[in-house]
Structure formats: C-alpha cells, structure tokens
Design a protein around this ligand. Structure first.
Ligand SMILES: Cc1cc2nc3c(=O)[nH]c(=O)nc-3n(C[C@H](O)[C@H](O)[C@H](O)COP(=O)(O)OP(=O)(O)OC[C@H]3O[C@@H](n4cnc5c(N)ncnc54)[C@H](O)[C@@H]3O)c2cc1C
Length: 1227
C-alpha cells in the first residue's frame, strides 16, 4: 500500500490469456481509452458486468478500471444541490445523502430522503458496498431503483467524451432508449450526477415492491415528485416507474392529467384511468405478474397521493411543531402528542430516518448532542440510555423494553409482545380529514424483533454429568463450519492429474438427437476428452420401480436440462468452455407435456397410482349439510443446499478399484450406481462422505447419477475426475420438490364436522420416475393430517411430463398433501364464517384413534401441543385484537392460523429401517465411530457421540466420527425419512453395549480404574476392542390392495400459531409472531432439535409463501439462481419466534424415547400461508366479498395482493386465458 501511495501514478496494464485490464489515472486518459476502445466496458463494482460474463457468456477482451480517476469520486456542493461522483459506491452515496439530510432543512431534502429510501432497500449491503452510482444508471436495469427517483427528481448528468468534451445531460425520459440502453454513446464516460435540493411545496417519494423484503430486485419501483402551488394546485408532477417495461418509464400523460388540479380524490380517480391506459403491459410480458404489476402502478400512486396529503396536513399544523414525518412517512407522536423539534421547528431525522420516542413523550434531538452519527451511519442515542443501533442498523431499546427499529428506519412500539403501531402513535385524522383507516396504506410494516424463546426439558438431576444424552450439546462441527475450516468435497486438494468434468445438457424439452458434434470443444486449450452414452462400460441406465433412466441421453431427450454428455479438461473453466462449444443437433418431437392438466389429458403417468378409501364417501357427502369443492395448486421447491452437487472419483490404479468422495445422503446407493455403471463389483468402489452442506432429500438419486457419470470419466481416462455443479446447473439438472395440484370435495355439517372428503392429488414428476410413486404414496397416507374424517377417499398419481425429474424433498409429499387438507378445512371455515381453528378442533382425532389405513395411535400429545400453543399465545385475546386491528385499518390486515401436524416417522418399506455401526476403541481410550448415517447439518454425528457417551460412560469429547464410508459400514440405508438417528442410534448403541460387556471382567477386576486403564488392560488381555452393531428396525408395511397397514413406527406431533400483517396494496407481509410446540419425545439433544425445528419451519415458510420456480413455455427453468429464486432470508424470520419442545413425552419406539424431527415441522411453515389467507379474507370483506376463495401456494406478494381484490387490482383488465402465451408455465 505504501508503494502504491508513493509511486508516481501511471497507467497500468494487466494482460491475461483472454482479457486485458487497464487502469488509467486521469479523466483525459480515460476518455481517450474509451474513444479508442468504445466497446470496452468500465468496471467499477462489476455487479452488472460480472453476472453477464459469468452467466450469459459475455466476453470482453479489454476491461477499463476507472478506480483511480479522481473526478469520478468527487462530491461537490453547489448552491442548489450536490454533484456526486459517478464512481462512488452506493454505500458512499448513501452517506453523502445522509449528511445532506442532517445538514439541511427538511423541505430541501425531499429528493435525498426518497433516494435514501431506495438505497436502503436496494440489493444487500455487500452489493451496495461495491456497486457504483454510475454503474446503476448506465446499466439501466428496467427495474433500477435509482433511475426513476433520479429522473423524477430532475437530476442531471455530467458526461465526458473525447469527441464531445464535457457536457450536461438531463436524466429524464429521453435518457432511457430501451432495454438496458441509454442515450450515452459507447465512448461516453459518466463523470458525476447532480442531485438537486427541493423547494417548499415540492414533494418527492419513492416506493418499491419486491418478491422478498431484502436482497431482491423490485417487481415495480417508482419515483414520484409533485410541486404544489397555492391551494395545493399541481404545478408540476413527474411520475416514473421501473419494472413495467423494457426501461424506466415516465407516465407523462398521467402527469399531464394532474396539472392544474388541486391535490385531492377527484384528481386521483382520473389519474388512475389515464395511468391504466398509459402503462400497458402485454399479457405475456417478460417477467409475468402482469395484473399485479399494473395494479401496483395504481396502488403506489395512491400511496404517493396519501403521503403528500399527509405531509400537507402536517404542514398545516407547523410551525407549532406538533407533528412531522420521517423519510418513510412514518409519523410518531408521543403519548402526550408533544414532539420536540429542533431550532426553527425542524425536526431532526437520523440518517436512517429513525425517530425516537420515549415513554415520557420527550423526543431526543441533536441539539443537546445526544445523538451521534458515525460516517458508517451507525447511530447511537444515549439520553436516558434508551437506544442503541448496531452497524446492521438493528436498534433495540431496553429501558422499559419499548421500541425497536430496523435499517429501514421503521419504528414500532410494543406492549407485552403485542405490537401496536396505531394507538398512541398516529393522529386519528389529519386536518384535511384523511381518515386513520386510510393512513394504514402508508404505514410501514412492523419490524420490531423480539427475543425468541426456546424451551425444553432439562435432564434429571440424577443423570451422570458425563452422560451427554438429553443435554443441549453444540453441533460437533459448528465451530469448523463457522470458521470455514470444515471440509467439503470441493475442498479436497486435487490429486495429481485431476480433470474436471463439465456437463452438456439438452436445450429441448422433447426431441430426437440427430448428432453430437464435439470437434470444436476438443480443439479448445485444455480440453482432453468427451464422455458420452457410448463410453459407459456397464449398465447405461438406472432402474427404479420398473422404469429406466438413461445416465446420458442416447437417441432422445425428454426435458431441458437432461444430461447429454460431459467434457473433460484440465481446469473447470476450460471444461465449461468446452461444454459450451459442444453442438447437439435435435429434431423436436411433437406436443411436449408440461402441466399436470396436460398429463391427465394425455394419461401420461408413472405407475402405480395410489388410492386409500375408508367409509362411504358418497353417502357422507349426501348426508352433509353443505358440500364444497375446491383446489390448491402448490409450486415445487428447489433444495438450495448451500453446497451444490459435488463428486470426486479417484481411480486407485489397479483391479478397477475406485474411491468416490461425494456429497451424498445415500453412500450405498451411490456405490451401487458407480459399480453397476462401470460393471465392477461393489467391493471395488468405496464411497466416502465427510459431511454435506445440506441435502434435504436432493442428494440421493440425482447424486448417484452424477457420481456414476463422473466415474465413467475416471474409468475412461484413468485419472481422478471432479464434477461440481454451478448453482444454475444444479437447479436446472437435479429437479426439485414435486409441484402438486390438489382437488377436493368436502361435505360438512353446520357445526363444522366434516362428514366426507374426496381428495385427488396430481404430482408433477418430470421426465423420469425417480422416487415419485413413493412420494405420492406418502401423500395419500398423510391426507388426513390430524383429522378424523369418517368417510375419506384419496387418490394420487405421479404425472410424467417433459420437465426435469423431481425428487425427494424434506417431507416427501406430506407438505403438499397436508396443505391441501388444510386448504379444505379453511374453506369449510370460510363457508361457515367461523374461525378456522374451531373447525380444526371439531375434526381433530380424539382419544385412541385409527388412521384411514388402519394404524392405531393415541393423539394425546397432538392435543397437548395444540393446547400449549393456544395457551402460550393467548389465542382468544389475540384473535380479538386482530379483529379490532382489521376494523381500524383499511389497507392493512392481520391474519392468524393455528395448524397441527401428525407426521409418520420411518420408512414404510421395512428393509430401509435397518442400520449398522462399527465402533473401535483404541488403546488410549479414544473411540472412533462409524455408522450408516450421513452428516448433512442435522447433527447426527453429534447425537451418535452422545449415545456412545451414555453407553460406554465416557465424555463425548473422547468420541469421534470421521466420515460415513461404505468400507466401514456396508449396505447402509439413506439418511432420510427423519429416521437417521432412530436407526443408527440403535445400531451404535448395540455396538457399544457389546464392547461394554466385553470389558466387564476388566471393570470387575479394577472397579476404581479409569476408562483408559480398562481399555489398555483389555488389549493386554486380548479382548477385541472393535464391535459392529446392528438394528433391524420396525417391520413397517402397507398393503395397497387392502388399503391398510402400519407404514410408520410412530407419529411426531406439533402445532404452530403464526400471525401476519399484510399490506393489501402491495402483498408485502411480515410474520409478526410464530409459536411452535413440538413433541420430539425425550430429546437426545434439545439444541439440535430446536435448530431442526426452526430450520424446517423457515424452509416451509419459503415453500408456502416465497419460493417460486418458473418455467418458460418451452420448459426451460428460468429461476436458476438466487436473483430469480428467493429462499427465506433473515428478514423473513418471524419477529417473535418461539419454539418449545413438549415436556414429559415418551416414545417407546425410538432410542432413549426420542422422536424423529428432521421433516415434520416443515409443514408448520404453512401456518404463515394460512395466516396470509386469513388476512386476505379480511381484506376481501372490505370489498364485500365473503366465503371461500382460492389462493395458491406460494402465497407470494403477487398472489396475496391480487386475492385481496382491492379496488386497484379490480380495475386492471384481465386477459382471457388461452388468448395469449403467458411468460411462464403454470405447472
Ligand atoms: C445481487 C444483486 C442485486 C441487485 N439488486 C438491485 C436492486 O435491488 N435495485 C437496483 O436498482 N439494482 C440492483 N442491482 C444492480 C446494481 O445496482 C448494479 O449492478 C450496479 O449499480 C452497477 O454498478 P457497478 O459499479 O457494479 O457496475 P459495473 O458492473 O462495474 O458496470 C456496469 C456497466 O456500467 C458501465 N459503467 C459503469 N460506470 C460507468 C461510468 N461512469 N460511465 C459510463 N459507463 C459506466 C460499464 O461500462 C458497464 O457496462 C443488483 C445487482 C446485484 C448483483
């Protein structure tokens, strides 16, 4: 660094194999370079350019880095605004604007605050730290968050070029020329942006709606500015939108219609009509969500209207200083309604726009030097020691526990954990008479984070200190995972001569392969070979349930993403370039099948279908007071494990022996696949699984196929071969959770009792069978969820389609099956206008019960979980508070749901319930354990250590589990079905008990001896210190002919209450509170089990409310990465999240009376879905709509908003289905 500072500045060139990089030092030099190389992009944050190069194959032989060109990083204050260097990062821009907001009177900073609103929500902190202002403007994303605000605010750009010198360009409608193009020429350099101050009477606001609250590109984003004259007459108005066309768009005609009109309702109605005509999206527009986006253009304008109306009302009360507004328009009034102001009556606003209200109603201000803001925007207020803000912007108030604020600057007040944003904080009507109910449109969603509770039963005082069972022991590899030391497959150092395998995938959904031309690939540097179907020495397909799945396509492909061949090169980049150079010629085959409706019509199924019926459904429907039909469509879910599919195959070099290092939850299945494919016995293939970075069911069958192909490559070349998928490829190739269409007919009595139900499930299996028939089996086995329906029929079938093959996913069909049942129950409640939890209670199993397939069980613990949740949340008063909140808020609705789960644990195929273990004790007393379970984050190795600690009486620190290996424990079953600990725990226990018994003579001889002394003595006395353990497992079965059986060992029960607040205008929501009580028997490790509960719940929340796979009409998966596919983030965790393990529960069917917990709770994430549905139902009531209504899963903001049927969404014309090709399939 010192050298860099002292050395004279000079242009630097760096030249690589394919790219050169130049770093000039002056603006003159930069513009000269740009004029000589107009096609060479400038690289600042590389956040727009980088993804294009990485994912879209863009190649730029020359990259220009202007990071040393000073004028791009200058901030210059001008009389009416500020010039901000285009090279500054968005975080730096944020700091500049925050400083202006601090320094200037509020009326001058309208634009700055609107920009800050966008900047705080734009991307995430990491991106904002590097992405530049100029990059954002010039890359001209159609949904750029800054461009609409900069344009509405009348910003100007300073542009330099060699030919034109320095000039100013207005950032307005004319600047945006089309998709990602602006009027800047290829040789132009954007130097700085002028951001003006606002004048009295001028109001600027920005709004954005995105699929997720954080780190998500906006669906629609706006910047709006109005200048009002006397009588609040509109003198100028600029309305800009992003996300409604190929580029930032100005609603000029709508603005024109407002000119000269007083700011009021009458003006607004006309504006909506013009806006609907002006901002038109074709029904098949790129990005889809057409109705939603159009509805947002209206509802965001409404928000702007109210914001200005509210600001006007507040202005009319100044200078007395009664009220004022934060940048987000959140208004706070103290308990006495007195708010202190700064000199000149201007209220201080922190950089985050956070206002502080104390219980005494005295607002802290800057005058007394109480509030400090660091350059990082870290704010701390010390008066009365009330608030602290962390760098993450999370502010918590401890004294009186009153107030918390998030980075968005949103404030909320709590009272005994119940959030109340309205009671004291907001004036009931403005002087202009904007009713309180209407103001709910502009109130920020709550974000006050409460400390979560985690409750479990402690071990009894009499338990030995050394015995780790039942104690909340930390996950064994947590520190290594947190520090990055934990080793995954791709961390394995490359063996000598290692090659990388990159896969070539089909681009057609259904086609004959006419030829594969690999010549261009083979000519590329580093490319060595190609592996095709013809190269496979052994079995060329995997067989499952009577169907064959080709490892590499030979003559035909049946989905986009199917594996065709693999390219081997000496590095992963070269292999990928090679794969991109392979040309496959196809001839399309007619009529691919994509949706379940298509499949049903064409009878395209994977057999067998499954059916269970009990009672007389027809009679039950006939005798019911009411009969209702409905359906629920559930989308699929990407596994999104953090570690993508990874395998390394190393040939030993003799006797066709191979070591396979693989991220698999089923090492034996992988071993068999490799052996069969190579045509060698299983004893030549050893699979090693150290740990997996997540699996969730997605690393069983698909992994074995990838391992088999990689093994072929290793066999063919005689060299080690590594294959690690990129996120996008992984998402494309390896399938997901099955999307399901569930239809039902239900008969019920006036009192809510369900007399009969008929359910039909169609699962979209994709192009190969995989485990789909087993998934649909589990659907009909769980179609009762927790309800005793006397006459019940369920049918399920796996539909064969031309989409990538779907596979197992945590819950294995239960999350879909039970969600359909709950949808049915919710409909019954809506039809009867009764609270849904009452309908659930009326129908839940009671007393000793029998399932629809004849399995006996006692639902006592289900009821205990249910009642405990009710008690913990205080259900009655909470629902009452919800009702009154909904009455008081026109555009904001709260909803709640209490959902039960009864989940069957173990495999219904009895042979899969067996497990084996191998325990070695060394002379020093240390213990090495091998068992058949794979460690995929669920903590199975930690629990096994605890088992050993109890059985051998040693501290668990003396026990080690190195890996799961087919050489140590053969014929293991997959770690799945929530059965890993149950099965392997028993096997480990068996081995330990054998060892303990063998040591008995030694212990008897020396009862006071230590463990180490006994093991040493045992060796000297020639006692074997190594033992295998075995567990046969329960003989579960299901007789599908008779429709009865005992397919599970036992049930895990749970109940969950969730409450949400929904913004009916945008579909945004917050989960205010979630309380889970779950029966895990006597938990072996409460901290791991609670972690499983929390993780599964969040994954379920993602499934039911957030995660959306989208496919093109040609069957191509669009959502192939985190930008297009949103999994839950920290911002989605319920604000109050409480998990309790049911105390005093016993389970005679599993080790130490514990229960399996990996999967059951995922379904409880649906409580958020049903809470949203409850809130939507309250919103519909405002439009006079009652009764049952459809809401598909996931309940994304789009679906929730449209289901609310607000006047805005109802204004948007709906295109006739079938009259256009939608952007995405509804599979
Ligand atoms: C994960 C992620 C999330 C995102 N979320 C959002 C979001 O929510 N809202 C949003 O609005 N944006 C979002 N973005 C986009 C992001 O803001 C832009 O990519 C970023 O601002 C571009 O700046 P950069 O410095 O990285 O540009 P680079 O990638 O370095 O360059 C982009 C382009 O701009 C040109 N360029 C850059 N500076 C100049 C200049 N001074 N003069 C002339 N040409 C120039 C370059 O030649 C290049 O073609 C997101 C991006 C990512 C990766």
């Amino acid at each position: 660094m010192r050298v860099a500072l002292t050395e004279p500045q000079q242009t630097r060139w760096f030249r690589g194999e394919r790219v050169a990089w130049v770093s000039p030092v002056s603006l003159e030099e930069l513009v000269l370079l740009k004029s000589t190389h107009p096609q060479a992009p400038l690289v600042l944050g590389n956040t727009a350019l980088g993804p294009e190069m990485k994912f879209r194959g863009a190649v730029h032989p020359l990259l220009i880095s202007p990071s040393r060109v000073a004028p791009l990083f200058e901030v210059t204050h001008a009389p009416q605004g500020v010039w901000v260097g285009a090279g500054l990062s968005l975080t730096q821009v944020q700091m500049v604007l925050e400083a202006r907001v601090e320094a200037l009177p509020q009326e001058k900073t309208e634009l700055y605050r609107a920009l800050l609103h966008q900047l705080r929500a734009l991307a995430g902190q990491q991106i904002r730290n590097v992405a530049s202002l100029g990059g954002n403007i010039v890359s001209a994303l159609p949904n750029s968050d800054l461009n609409p605000v900069l344009a509405a605010g009348g910003c100007r750009l300073r542009v330099a070029s060699d030919a034109g010198g320095s000039r100013e360009v207005p950032l307005d409608q004319d600047f945006f020329r089309g998709f990602r193009t602006t009027l800047l020429g290829a040789a132009d350099v954007l130097v700085a942006v002028f951001v003006p101050e606002t004048r009295p009477g001028e109001f600027v606001r920005a709004f954005r709606q995105a699929p997720r609250k954080e780190n998500a590109l906006a669906t629609v984003t706006t910047g709006m500015r109005v200048v009002l004259g006397p009588g609040a007459v509109v003198r100028d108005v600029q309305l800009y939108y992003g996300g409604v066309g190929p580029c930032t768009l100005r609603a000029a005609r709508t603005g024109q219609a407002l000119l000269g009109r007083p700011w009021g309702e009458a003006m607004l109605q006309e504006a909506y009509s013009v806006l609907l005509e002006e901002v038109v999206l074709p029904p098949g527009a790129v990005g889809g969500k057409v109705g939603f986006r159009r509805s947002l253009t209206l509802s965001l304008l409404f928000k702007f209207y109210l914001e200005v109306q509210q600001a006007l009302a507040l202005m009319s009360t100044t200078p007395e200083g009664v009220q004022s507004t934060t940048p987000e328009g959140v208004q706070n009034t103290t308990q006495q309604g007195v708010q202190s102001t700064t000199q000149q009556g201007v209220q201080s606003t922190t950089p985050e726009g956070v206002q502080n209200t104390t219980q005494q109603g005295v607002q802290s201000t800057t005058q007394q030097g109480v509030q400090n803001t660091t350059p990082q925007g870290v704010q701390s207020t010390t008066q009365q020691g009330v608030q602290n803000t962390t760098q993450q912007g999370v502010q918590s108030t401890t004294q009186q526990g009153v107030q918390n604020t998030t980075p968005q600057g949103v404030q909320s007040t709590t009272q005994q954990g119940v959030q109340s944003t309205t009671q004291q904080g907001v004036q009931s009507t403005t002087p202009e008479g904007v009713p309180e109910r209407e103001l709910s449109a502009i109130r920020p969603l709550p974000c006050c984070i409460q400390p979560g509770q985690q409750g479990f039963q402690e071990v009894s005082g009499s338990q030995s200190e050394q015995d780790a069972v039942g104690r909340p022991v930390m996950h064994r590899s947590a520190p290594a995972q947190a520090t990055g030391e934990a080793v995954y497959v791709d961390d394995t150092p490359p063996p000598q001569g290692e090659l990388f395998l990159a896969l070539v995938t089909s681009t057609r959904p259904h086609a004959s392969i006419l030829g594969v031309d690999v010549s261009a690939a083979l000519r590329l540097p580093g490319v060595l070979d190609v592996v095709t179907h013809a190269d496979i020495p052994g079995h060329k397909a995997r067989s499952f349930m009577g169907y064959e799945e080709e490892l590499l396509a030979d003559k035909e492909v049946s989905c986009v993403g199917q594996l065709v061949c693999g390219v081997l090169a000496d590095s992963r980049d070269r292999a990928r370039r090679g794969a991109a150079a392979v040309r496959v010629r196809y001839q399309d085959l007619p009529d691919p099948v994509f949706t379940v409706e298509d499949a049903v019509q064409r009878e395209s199924f994977f057999l067998p279908r499954r059916r269970i019926e009990r009672g007389d459904v027809c009679k039950g429907l006939e005798t019911a007071d009411h009969v209702h039909s409905g359906e629920l469509r559930l989308g699929g879910q990407e596994h999104f494990y953090m570690e993508p599919q990874s395998v390394l195959v190393v040939p030993v070099g003799e006797e066709t022996e191979f070591h396979v290092y693989v991220s698999s939850q089923a090492p034996t299945i992988t071993q068999e696949a490799v052996a069969e494919t190579l045509g060698v016995p299983s004893n030549r293939v050893t699979c090693h699984v150290k740990r997996l970075g997540g699996a969730f069911g997605g690393k069983v069958t698909k992994t074995s196929i990838l391992a088999a192909i990689t093994a072929v490559a290793a066999w063919k070349t005689g060299r080690a071969v590594r294959c690690v998928l990129e996120r996008g490829e992984d998402m494309l190739i390896t399938g997901a959770r099955h999307p399901v269409l569930g239809r039902y007919q239900v008969g019920f009595m006036e009192d809510g009792r369900i007399t009969a139900a008929d359910l039909q499930y169609y699962a979209n299996a994709g192009n190969t069978v995989d485990e789909s028939p087993l998934v649909v089996e589990k659907m009909v086995l769980h179609m009762d969820n927790a309800y005793n329906i006397p006459n019940l029929r369920g049918r399920a079938v796996a539909c064969r389609t031309n989409l990538p093959s779907n596979t197992a996913f945590r819950g294995f069909g239960v999350p879909q099956a039970a969600a359909v049942v709950e949808s049915m129950i919710t409909d019954v409640a809506l039809c009867l206008a009764r609270p849904a939890h009452q309908i659930r209670e009326v129908n839940m199993y009671r007393g000793l019960s029998v399932t629809h397939y004849g399995m006996r069980f006692d639902p006592e613990n289900l009821w205990r979980c249910w009642e405990e949740v009710k008690g913990r949340v205080g259900l009655g008063p909470r629902l009452e508070a919800l009702r009154s909140f909904n009455q008081d808020h026109r555009w904001r609705k709260r909803g709640a749901a209490l959902i039960p789960i009864k989940y069957g644990v173990a495999f219904s195929e009895a042979f899969l319930n067996q497990a084996a273990a191998l325990v070695h004790v060394y002379k020093d007393g240390s213990v090495l354990v091998s068992h058949g379970g794979a460690e995929m984050g669920q903590g199975i190795h930690t629990k096994m250590q605890q088992v050993v600690s109890r059985e051998l009486g040693v501290p668990s620190s003396q026990v080690y589990v190195s890996e799961t290996s087919t050489a140590s424990v053969p014929n293991s079953c997959p770690s799945a079905a929530s059965y890993g600990t149950d099965a392997n725990g028993m096997a480990v226990r068996d081995a330990c008990q054998k060892l303990y018994k063998r040591l008995e003579p030694i212990r008897t001889k020396n009862p006071k001896g230590s463990w180490d002394s006994w093991t040493r003595a045992a060796f000297l006395e020639k006692i074997s210190l190594s033992a295998t353990g075995f567990f046969r497992g329960p003989d579960c079965y299901m007789d599908w002919e008779k429709m009865e059986g005992q397919p599970y060992s036992y049930f895990t029960y749970g109940a969950c209450y969730s409450e949400v607040e929904l913004d009916c205008l945008t579909g945004d929501y917050r989960t205010l509170r979630t309380d889970i009580v779950v029966d895990v028997g006597q938990s072996i490790n409460p901290s791991i089990d609670i972690g499983q509960v929390e993780g599964a719940f969040l994954q379920g929340l993602g499934l039911y409310t957030l995660e959306q796979l989208s496919f093109s009409p040609g069957g191509l998966l669009y959502s192939r990465g985190p930008s297009q596919y949103k999994i839950p983030a920290v911002c989605d965790v319920p604000l109050s999240f409480n998990v309790h393990l049911l105390p005093d529960s016993n389970n005679p069917h599993a080790i130490y009376s514990s229960k399996g917990i990996g999967e059951p709770v995922l379904f409880l994430g649906s409580s958020v879905f049903y809470a949203i549905k409850d809130a939507v139902s309250a919103a519909r009531a405002e439009s006079g709509l009652g009764g049952a209504f459809p809401l598909d899963s996931p309940a994304t903001p789009e679906r929730a908003c449209l289901a609310c049927a607000t006047p805005f969404s109802q204004r948007v014309p709906v295109s006739e289905p079938g009259s256009f090709t939608p952007w995405a399939l509804n599979i």
